[in-house]
Design a protein around this ligand. Sequence first.
Ligand code: ADP
Length: 246
Amino acid sequence: MSQLLEVSGVSVTFDGFRAINNLSFSIGPAELRAIIGPNGAGKTTFMDIVTGKTRPDEGRVLWGERSQSLLSMSEAQIARAGVGRKFQRPTVFEDQTVADNLMMALKAARGPLAVLFWSPKPADHSRVAELAAEVGLGDALARKSGELSHGQKQWLEIGMLLAQEPQLLLVDEPAAGMTLAEREHTTRLLVELAKTRAVVVVEHDMEFVRRLNCKVTVLHEGSVLAEGSLDHVTRNPQVIDVYLGR
Ligand code: ADP
């Protein structure tokens, strides 16, 4: 299977400190992957590289069927090429309804000029309803986003990202601060989304990673330490040492 994203031999140095060290990572077009690793392992820097926020000193980051280099693209171009990133804290417009938030995201996905010249058509209202249903907010379209639970806000933000029709979703600790029921919903949502696009979840919570039931990449000191099922990687003595701080 050809890969959607292929990172190879990537290194990043901050003031002489190698945060990412000869990292190689790839993911297929419809794959769910969890990235775990202790604090400082390089998980955030990895996402910053893929989204163009941080530029590596060396290595390649190739994207899509045509193996385009993401390194020559701006952050906005990378987003338009199909990379969506969900930060840990939800950033929805609290005084707007769920539908308004989704409509704004649809508008933004049409490019900067759409903000000036675009007015929603019936198809756009249908798309908003579809996006809400996809993330489990089909009944909440008219609700003010500020009244939603923390979990619902996170799902709304995922819906807003889906408006850009990303082929790769990078999601940072999606289950943090959620109730058990919300975590279950989030698990199902991510599994479902990964049927038609790649989803990379950076997560500390091993119980949540177990529920995702997907391939896991363990980062340590900016490199891949182990890869495979959660059971496989957590039996690896090096992984155990890293987590126990030995
Ligand atoms: P993680 O997300 O796995 O906790 P990070 O990617 O945030 O790890 O950080 C990896 C390492 O790089 C850490 O040691 C961190 O202190 C360092 N680092 C990250 N960003 C910067 C920066 N802008 N300047 C200097 N050091 C940084």
